[in-house]
Ligand binder design. Structure first.
Ligand SMILES: Cc1cc2nc3c(=O)[nH]c(=O)nc-3n(C[C@H](O)[C@H](O)[C@H](O)COP(=O)(O)OP(=O)(O)OC[C@H]3O[C@@H](n4cnc5c(N)ncnc54)[C@H](O)[C@@H]3O)c2cc1C
Length: 457
């Protein structure tokens, strides 16, 4: 099959790219495997829409969060696109709740919600309706296997024998936090698009920068416990009921304290009004009860979990990668807007704003001819499973890291895997650990435990 534009991933970035390209007259194949992070987003989308706010103030907050590693031109592009992106979404039929909330490290109220704490799924329902109205977009359900690359990228091959040739290809496959054992992401967020871009020769950067959510249920089935619960007065305690951290510190500091705490950590809401919990935190109460714990009477075990990934395919401001014909947008792209650490709620804005730009640039790009070679890596033999790869990442490339453990993890990951799926996981995890090893400093969301040793040396 051949189309003008192939887009892999139908989260917010892929959907925005598809709509923009279709409106320029391109035929678009939109291929995806399952719901990714866009459908899970609970908070909202950041944009400077109030009169007292401005893209410049939004940019200053974004730069401060990014640990001096943001690309200022990308940040300026993102923040100045905020109000226009909100208007564009509204023109597609997206309905925001009204008003802006002040959240996380935003210095002003700037976060727009949809459907209360169901922002992501509400937004994606509107986006899917908008896609249905575009006659030149065709949707497919299949898993990316590899990119078709010779001198340039000319499409991709998928599960089920689907081969899609295209004038240009946009990767919108999301991040790689789902590769970790403990994660708030769907397992489809395993970095496959980034891995295939790397195999095709594209530049990849910043894979070591991973953001961790501090309060994720520590059990067989994990679920995110909203930070608003701490804002409402819930406390973090050890097994003796003692508090060990100021719960209102920024997310990364709380995650570090929970990771560094010896023994189990719990969030306790038993002292809060039960009616407040039932009415304001129904998901928390329901999920805990499904896991066999009544949060109105008992503390709930928690641990940090991988939540958002800053690294990915290096792109310019129009989503172009270093491989001709290959573009990337959304969480799989490394545009430079987040630096070492994402400012909360900037990622939905990035997905929509840069998704649109990538879709427009790819639809307007000259057609790529005859890219026929499919590059594949041979499967490797060994003993690691995907779950074990996740465990290796949890312990070596988590909130707290050290060079010796990262080297050990790399040796283990490079020793091989039994199936093609586990080989992909092991290869992607190797890239993350290698990047983490090459960054011997505590910056962004992680902390190097061996930093003091090196300073002493
Ligand atoms: C629990 C949670 C809450 C969040 N809350 C917020 C928030 O409030 N505000 C905010 O700004 N950000 C939030 N984020 C982050 C934000 O949701 C994501 O960064 C953003 O939605 C990413 O969009 P995307 O389109 O790049 O990728 P995704 O939405 O993850 O979409 C990826 C797409 O790629 C497809 N795909 C992946 N691999 C393959 C493959 N091998 N083959 C075929 N298709 C594939 C998937 O099927 C999916 O369609 C949250 C994330 C999580 C997990």
């Amino acid at each position: 099959m051949a189309v003008d534009l192939l887009i892999v991933g139908d989260g917010l970035a892929g959907s925005a790219a598809a709509i923009e390209a279709a409106r320029m007259g391109a035929s678009v194949a939109l291929v995806s495997a399952a719901h990714g992070s866009s459908d899970r987003a609970q908070g909202g989308i950041a944009a400077a829409t109030l009169p007292e706010d401005s893209p410049r103030l939004h940019a200053l907050d974004t730069l401060a969060a990014g640990g001096a590693l943001c690309d200022p031109s990308a940040v300026a592009m993102l923040t100045s696109a905020g109000p226009e992106t909100v208007r564009w979404l509204e023109s597609l039929g997206v309905h925001f709740d009204g008003g802006s909330a002040r959240e996380a490290a935003h210095s002003l109220p700037r976060v727009l919600h949809l459907g209360g704490d169901q922002s992501g799924s509400t937004l994606m329902t509107f986006m899917r309706r908008a896609i249905e109205r575009e006659p030149t977009i065709t949707r497919y359900r299949a898993r990316l296997q590899s990119l078709i690359v010779d001198e340039s990228c000319g499409g991709a091959s998928f599960s089920g024998g689907l081969t899609m040739r295209a004038g240009a290809t946009v990767l919108a496959t999301g991040g790689y936090a789902g590769l970790y054992g403990r994660t708030t992401n769907s397992r489809i967020s395993n970095g496959k698009g980034i891995l295939e871009a790397a195999r095709a020769g594209a530049r990849i950067a910043d894979l070591e920068f991973v953001q961790f959510h501090p309060t994720v249920f520590d059990g067989i089935h994990t679920f995110l416990i909203t930070e608003a619960l701490r804002g409402a007065g819930a406390i973090l305690i050890d097994e003796h009921g003692e508090r060990f951290v100021d719960e209102l510190l920024p997310r990364d500091q709380v995650a570090r304290a929970v990771a560094a705490h010896r023994g189990r950590a719990f969030i306790s809401a038993v002292h809060l009004d039960p009616d407040l919990l039932r009415h304001s935190f129904p998901n928390f109460v329901r999920n805990c009860r499904l896991a066999g714990i009544d949060p109105l009477r008992h503390p709930v075990p928690i641990a940090p979990a991988a939540h958002y990934t800053m690294g990915g395919v290096v792109t310019d401001l129009d989503g172009r990668s270093s491989v001709d014909g290959l573009y990337a947008a959304g969480e799989c792209a490394r545009t430079g807007v987040h630096g070492a650490n994402r400012l909360a709620s900037n990622s939905l804005l990035e997905a929509a704003a840069f998704g649109r730009r990538a879709g427009a640039a790819a639809a307007g790009a000259p057609k790529v001819e005859d890219a026929s070679q499919v590059r594949r890596r041979p499967w490797r033999r060994g003993s690691l499973t995907v779950a074990q790869v996740g465990d290796v990442l949890d312990s070596a490339a988590g909130v707290l890291r050290a060079g010796t453990e990262l080297k050990g993890a790399l040796a283990e990951l490079r020793s091989g895997a039994v199936s093609s799926v586990a080989a992909d996981a092991a290869d992607m995890a190797s890239m993350i650990c290698a990047a983490a090893l090459a960054r011997p400093a505590s910056i962004g969301a992680h902390q190097r435990r061996d930093e003091a040793d090196r300073i002493a040396v």
